[in-house]
Write a protein that binds this ligand. Sequence first.
Ligand SMILES: [Zn+2]
Length: 323
Amino acid sequence: MPEPAIITKLDLSELQPGRHDLWFRAAETGIGTPIDLPIVVLKGSPGRCVYLQAGLHGDELAGVAVIHHLLDELAEVQLSGTIVAIPCANPTGMLAHSRQARAASEGLTLTDLNREMPGQADSRNPNTRFAHALWDRLYAGQPDVFLDLHTMTHGNNFPFFVFADRSDPAVDRLVRLVPADQIKDDPGEPGSVETEMVATGVPAMTLELGASKTFDPDLTRRGLQAVRNILIDQKVIQGKPDMLGVTPFAGSEEINIRAARGGFVDMHVALNQPVAQGTLLATQHNAFGHHLADYTAPEAGRVLSIATDPMREPGALLVKLLK
Ligand SMILES: [Zn+2]
């Protein structure tokens, strides 16, 4: 296993065909140590370039397993195109079990990199500069398709879920290849990789694979199949797309049920469960054990996320419904 080369800019045109393990030197800390990201490039014959990223939210690890399994299964495969895999897009967050990137500036600076794109080279916030390094020197106008792998945030859970702007036909084509439980047609979040890629004409999706800080074998299997299907569609690999018998539930509106009080919550519904208006979703007790509140579905929908951490502060998410 050769020691990965260090690069400060990824220029795919400079690389020979084959596998390249690289350290992308994105930034440096306050004591001058580098902030490096592991990158794997699989370069085949000329064709489409698919970027596959995980861990931009540092506690969302499920995509790492998808990338590792994909690299394993493509080890002996001749590609007609290129795959750029970024398994640990937010090292400062990942090492601190944190969604946000971290910098030491001003006491502690926490930044959601998936609201920060394309970043800014001369920002006073080191994390915003880091976002710019990804956008400008790692993505650098090179992807034809961008798949950003996420999970729900700490203390909550998702099924296999996709955010995508289906009003873009090239995005909708990708969405139809994903054996997800649920899909939300969504205009996007400004500053997210998905939305900023779509704005520059690169079809992109945010794939959510369950809960933070865990590898779930079924979600890995289905996430991997989604990536395989898209690589087949883009003619990077050969084969037939397989939806694994899944017909996703598609919706366009989220209903968020949030805690009114601080206290401990018992959940009465499960992921993917269809609920009617008025269904009891959760009950909450205070720290003394007295009943505080019942939470019911304001409208009918499908359970898209549930709180897994029972302690909820006022305003914290309990249940998300998709309709
Ligand atoms: Zn995320």
